[in-house]
Design a protein around this ligand. Structure first.
Ligand SMILES: Nc1ncnc2c1ncn2[C@@H]1O[C@H](COP(=O)(O)OP(=O)(O)OP(=O)(O)O)[C@@H](O)[C@H]1O
Ligand SMILES: [Mg+2]
Length: 264
């Protein structure tokens, strides 16, 4: 069996749309019969909220289980209860319980490799794994980096160009520091929540120039659309379900195509 493609959704800014992007990619990949597991490493619990599930109560029901010293390969996978959902889209929820992981990890030997080790020892039953991590580039993010085969970088429209550069620099230097072999590939960058204005258009061009100079592929933007928030607040985040005809649904397709290609 081919090992899963592991994609770290990486950003050094909060609220950029990481969780929204991860859910839409996972949902679409599953519709295309690509078995996808979205693992939430964040403490904020927004994934559970966006998909209408209760927060996990115990560590063993959440992504925290994967970081346990006693982990034996039982990934705590749950499936959203939407009518149009299918069993090919599984989730491991984060939330409050991840706080203890963040506290415990720094004292562990080989802490950055905990997730990588879990995946190697107990390969999850998935073609694609999406890792949604906190915006703070802390030890959990390094775990995600070390476990990843690919990196996807959503960019906010408010970011300073220096912020983009420092994220890329951090990713490249950590890949060296952690001696990742083979090094994870940067799948590309995605401008997020892009409004229809001349200002935002020129900012997208500016950001894309920075990424292109660094040989990073630039996906077309995900447009700003108020229905993303409405859908998430109702626990049915995928616009594909909430408003199937919405043009913004199409914005994810080039990224879904690229990920699906990696699985072939
Ligand atoms: N394209 C979009 N247009 C409009 N609103 C969006 C879009 N994408 C996401 N949002 C909204 O922006 C907010 C933040 O999105 P999301 O939680 O996905 O970001 P995040 O990067 O995961 O945030 P955090 O750093 O808190 O985990 C949510 O309310 C979400 O519904
Ligand atoms: Mg999030």
């Amino acid at each position: 069996m081919k090992p899963p493609i592991v994609i770290w959704v990486a950003s050094n800014a909060g609220g950029v749309g990481k969780t929204t992007l991860s859910i839409h990619l996972g949902y679409r990949l599953a519709q295309r019969k690509v078995k996808t597991l979205l693992i939430d490493l964040d403490t904020n619990g927004s994934l559970a909220k966006f998909v209408g599930l209760e927060d996990p109560i115990g560590a063993e029901e959440s992504s925290a289980a994967i970081f346990s010293r006693k982990f034996e390969g039982h990934y705590p996978v749950v499936v959203p209860q939407w009518k149009q959902s299918n069993e090919k889209f599984g989730l491991c929820l984060g939330g409050d319980v991840m706080v203890s992981v963040g506290l415990d990890l720094p004292s562990r030997t080989g802490r950055e490799y905990v997730l990588q080790r879990a995946f190697r020892k107990f390969p999850p039953d998935a073609d694609v794994i999406l890792l949604d991590s906190p915006a703070s580039l802390d030890v959990l993010s390094y775990c995600a980096l070390a476990a990843s085969t690919h990196i996807l970088i959503p960019s906010p429209m408010s970011v300073k160009i220096s912020g983009v550069n420092s994220l890329l620099q951090m990713i490249r230097s950590e890949i060296e520091e952690l001696n990742l072999n083979p090094p994870p590939q940067i799948l590309g960058s995605v401008p997020m929540k892009v409004e229809k204005s001349a200002d935002q258009h020129s900012f997208v061009c500016e950001i894309n120039d920075v990424f292109s100079d660094q040989k990073v592929h630039c996906f077309p933007p995900i447009r700003h659309n108020r229905h993303f928030e409405n859908a998430a607040n109702r626990g049915i985040a995928p616009l594909y379900i909430y408003r199937p005809g919405e043009p913004a649904c199409k914005d994810f397709e080039p990224i879904v195509d690229a990920i699906e290609n990696l699985t072939k």
